[in-house]
Design a protein around this ligand. Sequence first.
Ligand code: SF4
Ligand code: SF4
Ligand code: SF4
Length: 271
Amino acid sequence: MMNSTKMKKPKVGIYGITGCMGCQLNILYQKELLDIIEAVDLRAFPAGKEKNIHDNLDLVFLEGVVVNEKDLRELKEIRKKTKILVAIGSCATDGCVPAIKNFMNNKNLEQSVYTKKELKQFQELNPMPIDAYVKVDAYLYGCPVDKQEFLQFIKQTFLGKEFRTYQKPICYKCNLQERGCLLEEGIECMGPVTFGNCSVMCPHENYACIGCRGPYKDANFEAYFKLLESKGIPKETIFNHLNRFAGVKFKQMIDKEVKEKKINPLIPAPK
Ligand code: SF4
Ligand code: SF4
Ligand code: SF4
């Protein structure tokens, strides 16, 4: 949840630290971009425009994950320059693919992904979502960020309305479409445990939700895993998806649940 006062023409910046640029491109290639440019003062968008003004910003959307000292320096600079900082996409909100490194040892990394030399530059910091280092005012989830949710956020900020993080899982909207349920059919859909408010395009097109928007904070993982078991779906498949998009946050959630509710640990501690 974020409070915002009505902004006449918000001074906006769109930036990225380490990431694949997919979120920034999703913004760049949306058909409403020209309307957005009319409505806001788009001061900085280095991925999309040549001349940029990096000071005195009201609102910054930031893509990417902190993997090294350079990212961290840039993140802290950006935080200082803006009133509102919005994390866009799973890298910024949850750590996404780069944060898988937190669950691997260097030897495996060296063998499976990087050479020793490449690995060195990734050893400065453990890859973390941006709120591990600075205050984040709002989160727009997804890999990539959802275009409609991004637009919704801009409109609400423009009108001075309060932005509230959507508080329902994927299943909520999916059920409104009155289609059959993939999970019921024995397909490993993550709808019940994933933050909602995307277009629900995956289940809509008959693909299981793989949880790109990260774990829904009130999700009942115990009940979910019991359901998977009853359908003969291995929970390792789900852990792989969870680790791909939100391993760090998921582990924090489960650690908290284990501590507070004394449930059985669902995932082994990272080595
Ligand atoms: S969230 Fe996904 S699309 Fe966005 S930068 Fe990260 S990997 Fe790319
Ligand atoms: S198909 Fe997936 S998202 Fe849709 S209701 Fe079933 S479990 Fe939920
Ligand atoms: S349905 Fe799931 S995997 Fe598909 S876009 Fe939405 S959150 Fe991501």
